[in-house]
Design a protein around this ligand. Structure first.
Ligand code: FAD
Length: 318
């Protein structure tokens, strides 16, 4: 399994395959399980439908690793329009953004250096946080691979420290990283909202637990820390054992169901999403949309290689 996971993560960076998939009809047929559609309107329609089922949403306009300032500004514009549409339609939805989509350079063939690109990402994401705050909404900064953890947390903390954006931005912590315990403590001291997840990227053993059991253990430990804090956090997992343990821990400490939310991905464990809502828990679903769906889609296959069989079965049945 770890081999297959690595293979899919490696494929997620494959440019020719990405070009082929994103532009072929075959790709469009395969992606619909995990992607809400190609346009903002598609995603807003899905958000409306999820809201009707009592499920909150976070919208992700797919795209990462932009290569110019113009592209970063264009990506941010999509999110500004989304914030307006969410308000106009009265949706229970916020937005999730990647800093490499807002201009942050990882490496590779870009026109900017790291410092310059970090400034661009901070200003584009900062403007979005300002807009979100004015609209009474919220901006979640997704977490990418561990080379960007420190820069991402620095940007989020500076955005949070500004009066115009205070409280309007939160971040993601990956339980797989050794550093996460210390990062969580720092973010809690700052009063920043956290989404806890296991981590979707292939990381070296110098920075992340290689064994899944250790990642699960770290998730449980960190989730308890979050539950005990007075801040509203999101626990992003489809892992039933962890969800049950979380429910039991919250109940044993008298922590109310309104004090935190479970978060899951569009198209994954819809049965579990519905059951949690039925039992009075808050659930938010991550709804990705857009034409640049390939890296996101490949990470979903990496998490569960059996998805390939599932997709193939549905493909041939259709
Ligand atoms: C709302 C949300 C936001 C996220 N944001 C980030 C982020 O910013 N950065 C980041 O690195 N990662 C992010 N992730 C991904 C996360 O790190 C994991 O890779 C992913 O959630 C799978 O881990 P798991 O906790 O569900 O548990 P696992 O132990 O991987 O899976 C538990 C069970 O969940 C189901 N399942 C899990 N994944 C899938 C799938 N792809 N398809 C079908 N079933 C599946 C299966 O039933 C599986 O047995 C996010 C996840 C969620 C839910």
């Amino acid at each position: 399994m770890p081999l297959l996971r690595s293979a899919f993560i490696a494929l997620s960076h494959n440019r020719p395959l990405r070009r082929f998939c994103e532009h072929s009809r075959l790709g469009a047929r395969l992606n619909s399980r995990f992607i809400a559609g190609m346009t903002p309107d598609d995603a807003l329609r899905v958000a409306e439908s999820l809201n009707r089922q009592g499920i909150a949403v976070t919208l992700d306009s797919l795209g990462e690793s932009v290569t110019s300032e113009t592209e970063a500004r264009r990506a941010a514009d999509v999110y500004h329009k989304l914030l307006d549409s969410i308000a106009a339609r009265g949706l229970n939805a916020n937005i999730s953004v990647k800093l490499t989509q807002m201009g942050l350079t990882q490496m590779g063939p870009t026109q900017m250096g790291l410092d310059q690109s970090a400034q661009l990402a901070e200003s584009t994401a900062g403007n979005l946080a300002e807009h979100a705050r004015a609209a009474g909404n919220f901006l979640r900064i997704d977490m990418e691979d561990s080379r960007l953890t420190g820069i991402t947390l620095g940007i989020v903390r500076r955005i949070h420290a500004r009066a115009a954006t205070r409280g309007a931005g939160g971040v993601v912590i990956q339980a797989c990283l050794y550093r996460s315990q210390a990062d969580v403590e720092q973010l809690l001291a700052d009063g920043i909202r956290i989404r806890l997840c296991k981590g979707a990227y292939k990381e070296p053993p110098e920075v992340a637990y290689p064994r899944k059991a250790d990642v699960d253990q770290s998730f449980l430990k960190l989730s308890q820390k979050l539950l005990l804090s007075p801040i509203y956090h999101g626990l992003a997992t489809h892992d039933e054992a962890i969800i049950e343990a979380t429910k039991a821990y919250a109940a044993s400490r008298g922590i109310g169901r309104e004090h935190f939310e479970f978060q899951m991905l569009y198209g994954v464990r819809r049965d579990l999403q519905r059951n949690l809502v039925r039992d009075g828990y808050k659930v938010r679903v991550y709804v990705p949309f857009g034409t640049e769906w390939y890296p996101y889609f490949m990470r979903r296959l990496a998490e569960r290689p059996a998805n390939v069989l599932f997709l193939a079965r549905n493909f041939f049945r259709a």
